[in-house]
Design a protein. Structure first.
Lengths: 208, 210, 643
């Protein structure tokens, strides 16, 4: 008897060349409720879910060039769910007409041994923070409204301090490279949030 | 997922690798095993390019197993290991400036998969750069995850078709580990050890067995 | 009057009775001759001052008119001085009275105007000497004119008021619409597209993948005739439902023995009464619920038809128009049909058809609804939010598969899910098997009185499995004869019978198999009963066999037999009982009692006479007793010597 056929991706490979389309903005704590209310109305009919994550940013320094950055994130609410390891490339220079920031992105779900393993690979933790907030979905768009907090004692998530008096709002879409139409959708969605929050294409390099 | 034992079977005197494999297949079929498709296990080796910290760089092995088709296992010999999804391979491509893939070191084992009741037997040909270097036999007892509870059973079963070639117990197990449930990395680390052994044999014999 | 001396001396004397007409030069006074009676009266009458009045009400008007009066008085004074007797002494009186009447009439008018303060209020006005000259009539006319303008203003105001009242009503209706819309919004999904308000009936948000749009339109129904009476069930909000979702629908599931003509297929038209309106719920709500139900039924049917075409079975499923026919067991057909009545009239017309017995399986209809909702839930729960939040969307299981190293078997197990049709066919099979088992047992119980058969159905059962306990007993001997207790586990395709001793027999869905099995068990029961009875009566069992290899062959099962010996060993009873041949009872007597002792040359010794001799068959039918065991008891009792 032949083994049942498994129609999944080939062993080596994975999703190559995925792009993250991103718009960012922020909202003050006091207007959070109205933003959540608006999002609840606009987004898909799922119960809005709250989350609490812990993110560690790792750097691997080579002899030359910029350090290689990896972000490892775990859920505090669902401790059994896998870690999320993320590589984000440099923002594409691209044409100015694009409405969103576009960058290469590799998402890896990994087992809980990730921090040890990254250490073994030579990565060193640069900084860590806690993100708590709400996540919404509209089609393939993901809207994350999160409060970022500084971790005061390394590794201790009980003891955190908010970084600011506002919430970070991120609108993102994961799509294979070349699907620039998604940025149109993102723009029109961002328009609908307009007076509450202004989502913009923010180049992280400029902020550095 | 069950307790697994991987071992190498020497090529029979005066026979080729393929002939020895066929012999094993025949034995298994006589035993009542039923062929159930194929399997493969592969292993890629990465070298860290000059590390900033300057420490002795170890080799990173990234392995795949057809038995867990959505997973990708990354191991350090004797060190920590990571189980991730297939995107880890993509990440390794991104990391190529820091980790170099030693293409010539790619080892894989391919072969047939036999089922005999609760036992899953995989007889594979170990190949390095597409030349056969040896034979691997993996026996998995699917009904149990605690090694201590079934190792003797596996041993006895292996003796039934491997004779004296059957190993005492999985090479990677210490006394303490016998009582913890196995995970999907366990067979991989055994394969890794086996592949390392085959590689060393090749270095020693120079040309290797054919 | 005298004037003497330089000092002016005023002498006071009583007024003369007559007025002095003239004083002559010599001081002679000529008096006015005294007036005659009539002259005097006329004079007095002239003196009446019509200007004077005692009525306080007139005080204010007095002021207006005083000048007028005063001038007249002056005139009159003059008149008195140069009195000229008129032609008619009452002339002036009449004139004065007439003018007074006129004044009074005007006064009355003015008063009535003044009294009704709402039209006009009087205030002291600065005296205009010219105004005093204004003639009365002119004044009145001007007053009337201003009153008229005031009245006009008031009328205009009133008109405005009534207009705004009507507008208010209009607005209230509008408000009613808005409140209804709010209520609608709280229960249904609405969105605004252009100038239309569209709603969503579909179960998409609950996880349905049915492609039907399921949109309805909200219509404002406020332009009704204001003059006509508003009907009781008037609602400012109505909904427009897509025409294919109008009416009511349901899924009819039935199991039939023979297949009807192929020509009759797909024309099934049975309708149920439309549900009665619950008090307090809106018309639109009922309509939307009904339409949603139609949509769900259509989705179920579409899903079933799709599966019916895809799934391969030995006898292919047939999909014709609004009916799906499947053959769960040979000679049996399961029909699932979508009954949709487009309008209310049709449903009434169709009602006579309902006279024929309704073989609708409500349980299966209900289960279909449950299954589709489970199906919805499955699709919905598959898209969960990622944790950590940065992870991409996707199946939770797939996200776990990599890091957890799920193996092939596990991954492929996600991919196979049983469809709606397969599940419902399995359920139908089970329901059918269960009801037929019950019928088989019941018919056996009513046909065969001895032994008795009892069935105890368990109340709790699974969708695909239920069980019944079957006891075979003899009336009056329930306590001693309970050898046969069967547990029948009725599944989807087969019935598993578990004996009391743990033996398991699997029967197929064929009715005959179960019947034959029960018949053979009942026949065995009799022999078991004899065994039990023997124990109680102190008899010894010599031999016992459930399946006798000798004698005539039974068409159903095997005959069983037992031989028991009386306590003192003199008698023996041998019973053979077959499901078909019935029972045969033989009694063996001791040789000594045998009437015609076989003369044997070999067996001469007296001791041999204690051996049991020949068998004799008992005319069982003629035995007394209400059942087999009772008869047997009597027989045993008769053969047991009284000691």
């Amino acid at each position: 008897m032949e083994a049942p056929p498994v129609s999944v991706m080939p062993v080596t490979g994975g999703a190559i060349n995925m792009m993250e389309y991103l718009l960012q903005g922020s909202v003050l704590d006091q207007s959070l409720e109205s933003l959540l209310h608006r999002l609840r109305g606009l987004c898909d009919d799922m119960e809005p879910e709250s989350f609490a994550d812990h993110e560690l940013v790792y750097l691997l320094r080579g002899q030359q060039g910029n350090p290689f950055i990896l972000r490892a994130r775990r859920s505090l609410l669902q401790p059994t769910s896998p870690w999320h390891l993320r590589y984000l490339g440099q923002p594409e220079v691209g044409d100015k007409s694009r409405h969103a920031l576009v960058r290469n992105c590799v998402d890896v779900a990994a087992s809980h041994s990730l921090p040890d393993f990254l250490n073994e690979m030579g990565f060193r933790m640069d900084h860590e923070f806690a993100a708590k907030g709400h996540v919404f979905r509209k089609g393939q768009m993901k809207i994350v409204v999160s409060k970022l907090s500084r971790v005061l004692v390394p590794g201790n998530l009980e003891n955190t301090e908010p970084l600011s008096l506002s919430y970070l709002v991120e609108l993102s879409v994961l799509a294979p490279a070349g699907q620039d139409t998604v940025s149109e959708d993102m723009k029109s969605f961002a328009e609908q949030l307009k007076p509450l929050v202004h989502l913009e294409k923010i180049d992280p390099k400029r902020l550095m | 997922m069950g307790v697994t034992c991987v071992c190498q079977v020497p090529v029979a005197e005066g026979k080729s690798v393929q002939q020895t494999v066929d012999m094993l297949h025949k034995k298994l079929e006589q035993l009542g095993g039923v062929k159930q498709g194929n399997f493969w296990v592969d292993c890629e080796t990465y070298h860290a390019t000059a590390n900033a910290t300057g420490q002795q760089s170890k080799q990173l092995y990234v392995m795949h197993n057809s038995e867990a088709p959505l997973s990708c296992m990354a191991l350090y010999e004797g060190g920590p290991h990571l189980t991730a999804d297939a995107n880890f391979d993509v990440l390794m491509v991104k990391l190529k400036s820091h980790f170099q893939n030693a293409k010539s070191h790619k080892v894989e084992s391919r072969g047939a998969r036999y089922r005999y009741c609760d036992f899953l037997v995989k007889v594979g040909t170990i190949a390095m750069s597409s030349s056969a270097k040896g034979i691997s036999v993996e026996v998995e007892y699917c009904a149990c995850v605690i090694p201590a509870d079934c190792l003797n059973l596996i041993k006895e079963f292996m003796q039934s078709f491997l004779g004296s070639n059957a190993p005492e117990m999985p090479s990677n197990k210490t006394e303490g580990q016998l009582y913890t449930p196995v995970d999907c990395v366990d067979p991989m680390s055994q394969y890794l050890e086996l592949f390392g052994k085959v590689r060393k044999q090749q270095v020693m014999t120079g040309s290797g067995v054919r | 009057m005298m004037s003497g001396g330089p000092a002016v001396r005023v002498s006071i004397e009583s007024s003369s009775e007559r007025q002095v007409q003239e004083v002559s030069l010599d001081g002679m006074e000529t008096y006015v001759p005294p007036l005659s009676m009539s002259q005097n009266l006329a004079k007095l009458a002239q003196r009446i001052d019509f200007g004077q009045s005692s009525d306080s009400d007139e005080e204010r008007t007095d002021r207006d008119t005083r000048d007028e009066w005063s001038t007249r008085e002056a005139e009159e004074d003059d008149g008195t001085v140069k009195f000229q007797p008129s032609l008619w002494p009452w002339d002036s009186v009449r004139n004065n009275l007439r003018s007074a009447l006129t004044e009074m009439c005007v006064l009355h008018d003015v008063l009535s105007v003044v009294k009704e303060k709402k039209y006009m209020a009087l205030d002291p006005v600065s005296q205009d000497p010219n105004a005093a000259k204004t003639p009365q009539v002119f004044q009145l006319i001007s007053k009337k004119r201003s009153l008229a303008t005031a009245a006009q203003l008031l009328l205009k105001g009133a008109e405005k008021l009534t207009k705004s009242l009507a507008e208010n009503q209009e607005q209230r209706r509008q408000r009613d619409f808005n409140s209804e819309l709010l209520r609608l919004r709280s229960q249904w999904k609405l969105r605004k597209v252009g100038d239309k308000i569209l709603g969503d009936l579909s179960y998409r948000s609950a996880g349905s993948l049915f492609p039907h749009q399921g949109t309805f339109e909200v219509i404002k129904n406020t332009d009704i005739d204001l003059d006509k009476k508003v009907p009781d069930d008037y609602c400012p909000l109505t909904v427009q439902i897509p025409s294919d979702l109008e009416g009511s629908a349901y899924i009819k599931v039935s199991i039939q023995k023979q297949s009807p003509d192929i020509g009759d297929l797909g024309t099934l038209n049975l309708f149920r009464r439309p549900p009665k309106a619950k008090p307090g719920s809106q018309m639109w709500h009922l309509r939307l619920e009904a339409a949603q139900n139609v949509l769900l039924c259509k989705e179920i049917f579409a899903q079933l038809s799709r599966e019916a075409v895809q799934i391969k079975s030995q006898i292919p499923h047939i999909v014709v128009k609004n009916q799906i026919i499947s053959h769960p067991f040979p000679g049996l057909q399961l029909s699932i049909s979508l009954c949709h009545s487009a309008g209310e009239k049709k449903s009434q017309r169709a009602s006579p058809d309902r006279i024929k017995p309704d073989d609708h399986l409500y349980v299966l209809e209900h289960n279909l609804h449950q299954l589709i909702r489970e199906f919805h839930k499955q699709t919905l729960s598959s898209v969960t939010m990622p944790h950590p939040a940065s992870a991409p969307f996707g199946h939770k299981r797939l996200r776990l598969a990599g890091p957890m190293g799920y193996d092939k078997a596990e991954i492929s197990s996600w991919q196979h899910t049983e469809g709606l049709l397969e599940k419902i066919i399995k359920q139908a099979k089970h329901i059918f098997l269960r009801s037929r088992t019950a019928r088989t047992i019941d018919s056996l119980a009513s046909r065969i009185e001895d032994p008795q058969i009892q069935a105890h159905w368990s109340n709790i059962n699974d969708l695909y499995e239920s069980s019944v306990k079957v006891l075979i007993t003899s009336q009056g001997y329930e306590q001693i004869c309970k050898s046969i207790q069967l547990q029948l586990n009725i599944g989807v395709e087969q019935i598993r019978v578990v004996h009391r001793d743990g033996r398991v027999i699997t029967l197929s869905h064929q009715e005959q198999e179960l019947q034959d099995f029960l018949l053979s068990q009942m026949s065995q029961h009799q022999v078991h009963a004899v065994q039990q009875l023997a124990k109680v009566m102190g008899w010894h069992v010599l031999s016992f066999s459930n399946h006798v290899g000798l004698g005539p062959i039974e068409s159903v099962g095997n005959a069983s037999a037992i031989t028991v010996a009386s306590p003192n060993g003199e008698h023996a009873i041998s019973v053979r009982n077959g499901p078909e041949s019935g029972c045969k009872v033989l009694v063996q007597f001791p040789r000594s009692q045998a009437k015609e002792l076989p003369k044997s040359d070999v067996v001469q010794d007296g001791k041999w006479s204690h051996l049991r001799g020949s068998y004799k068959e008992v005319h069982w039918g003629r035995m007394e007793g209400r059942n087999f065991v009772y008869k047997m008891e009597l027989l045993m009792a008769a053969l047991t010597p009284c000691s």
